[in-house]
Design a protein around this ligand. Sequence first.
Ligand SMILES: NC(=O)c1ccc[n+]([C@@H]2O[C@H](COP(=O)([O-])OP(=O)(O)OC[C@H]3O[C@@H](n4cnc5c(N)ncnc54)[C@H](O)[C@@H]3O)[C@@H](O)[C@H]2O)c1
Ligand SMILES: O=C(O)C[C@H](O)C(=O)O
Length: 308
Amino acid sequence: MKVTVVGAGAVGASCAEYIAIKDFASEVVLVDIKEGYAEGKAMDLMQTASLNGFDTKITGTTGDYSKTAGSDIAVITSGIPRKPGMTREELIGINAGIVKTVSSSLIEHSPNVTLIVVSNPMDTMTYLVHKTTNLPKNKIIGMGGALDSARFKYRLAEAMEAPISDIDGMVIGGHSDKGMVPLTSHATRNSIRVSEFLSTERLEQVAADTKVGGATLTGLLGTSAWYAPGAAVSALVQAIACDQKKMFPCSTYLEGEYGLNDICIGVPVILGKNGIEKIVDVPLSDAEKAKMQESAEGVTKTNGLLEI
Ligand SMILES: NC(=O)c1ccc[n+]([C@@H]2O[C@H](COP(=O)([O-])OP(=O)(O)OC[C@H]3O[C@@H](n4cnc5c(N)ncnc54)[C@H](O)[C@@H]3O)[C@@H](O)[C@H]2O)c1
Ligand SMILES: O=C(O)C[C@H](O)C(=O)O
């Protein structure tokens, strides 16, 4: 199993590290545009192998895509992150060009690759890859909901003073400060609805804190987060590489599902060796349907800024 990660920055390197530590891939290739950077990150990570006990071979290259040839899965993290006070949507001007070039170079050398898009604004970047490449839609996956759901569970556990392993919950919709739809009515603690433990006001606060999870961290760190994003990407890569048939909310191209068309947005999917193997139709309340519709309108507006 060969995995390429483009962008050896904060998220790309974190993702490569988690993939290596989980030890399911034979090879990880890091690619960056900055001279020597991917090579340096790869060497540093390889020097953790004997300490962390993995056999995955990690190599780096400055833009030589022939080294990525035959990749089964590729992750696109190349591009700029936001700074405090910015929205993800503001990154479109620079990141769209990068994602377009990178996806085309990856596919040229690995025509059967499954692509995981991370660069922001992620739903729009996923849509861009869908519109500008010939990959089938099951092989184009946007990562956002897996991260947002992890943050939702963190906030729920915090509010209930419960261990995170007791909590289950999911966030669908667009990966944006306003567009996320935390499914509070479906979230549970050991199969008991969280509304049994938390007041409506507290649950609303949990949902609000979840939606600004990325912005909160950007404010604290001065740039956006990388540990949880890297872990979330590695979980998707593992689900595909190991044919786990796990369910995650991912951004995928919709053709009528959830009443939406011609958009990539976060919905629950089953991930296995064929990438997105199924889109799962979860029954939503009227309020959740309205929020999903509003979220889709936001993503469509950002998609309109693309020059395809
Ligand atoms: N979808 C999500 O949930 C999620 C989570 C975290 C970050 N992000 C996004 O991921 C992206 C990367 O974030 P980061 O914190 O790792 O940023 P970073 O600046 O640390 O790393 C980005 C790397 O991309 C490289 N790069 C730029 N252009 C390139 C090109 N054409 N080819 C190859 N490499 C190139 C840069 O040299 C840099 O090393 C940002 O757009 C950020 O908003 C998304
Ligand atoms: O918040 C960001 O800009 C990065 C990422 O989308 C995140 O949610 O951490």
